[in-house]
Design a protein around this ligand. Structure first.
Ligand SMILES: Nc1ncnc2c1ncn2[C@@H]1O[C@H](COP(=O)(O)OP(=O)(O)O)[C@@H](O)[C@H]1O
Ligand SMILES: [Mg+2]
Length: 464
């Protein structure tokens, strides 16, 4: 048995990734009924947690991301600090990110079939359009730009859902982790030319990046590659790439045309909205494979990762909660101000029913949407779930997937046995006493500012 480390409302289980700015864990938490849920917790790396400006940027971005509610966008629940750690809690998408899928395809020398590529790109197009056109409660455009539409932020669930992660977080991240080799290079590959030039961005930048992802799904190689960052930047800036049909003969011409139209250097000649790209992709899909549904994608992903799915399920069963679960849920950093009402976080650290009234309200529909869009339940026990909430995403995978996890409440007396800690969530000392001051959410500069990651001077000197 492994003991989960508590962080605010969440009990960290296995670490699923280690990125440039954070470690990502699967974590267990409980709703007002005491029903367990899986979420993803992104814990900010220690050296970045000491950077006030960086934390402030993350708060700003998390606030904006938290207002987005869309079936193709992984929902952000909160950005908080607990036990001296900063973290973002978000919807856990039970599946594999596109980077991992592509790696597997490359190793196995297997293509991603055109229908899946088209469908995934269409779903991401829908996510982007929802974000690009999001408005605040007073109808003012939020002008959200993702800025990091890349395979690692596209997750395909085992049920065949497609979700885009990390809205806006890229802006904060790119400005801070630029010195770390590899991190930026990974991101530059999917940038738009205007982004690589450090220009002011609009939503069409995301359309270009969507094109880069689609290109890679169709050809298994990114449109722009180079051995060093400088050359990569130049390639992205020039937006010249080998035709899709040259790399993948026989690819439907419509898909190639859609990819090309996303990957157009001039913004004016690109699709003007993500919805236009999505529309063309749906038209293609209807014609190419009229009976296509997301269960086709689910089956494709599950088949590819059957071994991993088994391992992930077993891993969940290994974890027990600490004996002394703390009531300390930490401090939310998405503080209310005149423009921003933080969404209520529907979780608690203990598997207890908060109150009969809360439960009644929830079942009466008040909290009906709390978990809609979640895809957590393929790996969670099926206890007392409200059918209405989960029907959309609760898909039981064939053999073994319906197996239930062990009791998630710590049975009395249990747990002093041989325990291995989770892969290293070392408790860190509190870094600071005070949260940074809160800025209003609608900071005009926030989204209009250019993404400055490149030292243009250096770039020019490097060339001459
Ligand atoms: N909400 C989530 N649900 C499931 N997996 C996630 C989630 N967020 C991130 N991941 C996993 O963690 C990986 C790394 O995430 P991240 O730290 O954002 O790094 P990157 O900068 O490469 O996107 C993702 O590619 C994905 O596999
Ligand atoms: Mg990411």
């Amino acid at each position: 048995m492994r003991r989960a480390q508590q962080l605010g409302r969440y009990h960290l289980l296995d670490r699923i990734a280690f990125g440039g700015m954070a470690e990502i864990y699967r974590a267990r938490t409980f709703d007002a009924h005491g029903t367990p849920h899986l979420v993803a917790v992104k814990r900010v790396l220690a050296h970045l947690a000491e950077d006030d400006d960086f934390i402030q940027m993350l708060i700003d971005e998390a606030k904006i991301a938290s207002v987005l509610r869309h079936g193709n966008i992984a929902r952000v629940y909160e950005f908080a600090r607990a036990h001296g750690e900063y973290f973002i809690a978000m919807e856990h998408v039970d599946g594999k990110d596109m980077r991992t899928v592509l790696e597997r395809c490359r190793t196995k020398k297997k293509p991603i079939p055109a229908e899946h590529a088209g469908y995934i790109a269409a779903e991401i197009g829908a996510a982007l359009h929802a974000a690009h056109s999001a408005v605040d409660s007073r109808g003012r455009p939020l002008r959200i730009i993702h800025r990091d539409v890349s395979p690692s932020n596209i997750i395909c669930s085992y049920a065949g859902e497609v979700k885009l992660c990390d809205f806006g977080i890229a802006k904060a991240t790119l400005s801070r982790v630029s010195t770390k080799t590899g991190v930026i290079k990974g991101k530059v590959k999917y940038m738009s030319p205007e982004q690589a030039l450090g220009r002011k961005l609009d939503h069409r930048s995301d359309v270009f990046s969507l094109g880069s992802c689609l290109y890679e799904m169709l050809t298994r190689i990114p449109p722009f590659t180079a051995t060093n960052e400088m050359d990569l930047l130049i390639k992205v800036r020039d937006a010249k790439y080998r035709p899709v049909s040259e790399l993948t003969p026989g690819i439907p011409i419509e898909l190639e045309q859609i990819t090309d139209r996303c990957l157009t250097r001039s913004r004016a000649n690109r699709y003007q909205t993500a919805a236009e790209a999505e529309g063309d992709l749906r038209v293609f899909l209807r014609k190419y494979m009229p009976n296509y549904s997301r269960s086709h994608l689910g089956r494709f992903i599950r088949k590819m990762f059957a071994t991993e799915i088994e391992r992930e399920l077993r891993m969940l069963e290994e974890y027990v909660m600490a004996d002394d679960v703390s009531e300390d849920v930490g401090e939310s950093l998405m503080i209310k101000d005149e423009d921003f009402e933080p969404p209520e976080v529907p979780f608690q650290p203990k598997p207890t029913s908060v109150s009969i009234i809360a439960a009644r309200e929830a079942s009466a529909g008040e909290a009906r949407d709390d978990f809609s869009g979640d895809s957590n339940f393929t790996t969670m026990p099926k206890v007392e779930q409200r059918e209405d909430i989960h029907q959309q995403n609760t898909v039981i995978l064939e053999s073994g997937r319906g197996r239930s996890a062990p009791p998630t409440s710590p049975p009395p007396g249990r747990g002093k046995g041989p325990t291995k800690p989770p892969p290293p969530p070392p408790a860190r000392a509190p870094t600071r006493g005070q949260a940074p001051p809160v800025k209003p959410i609608y900071d005009d500069d926030l989204h209009s500012a250019p993404t400055m990651i490149i030292d243009i001077g250096r770039m020019k000197r490097g060339r001459s």
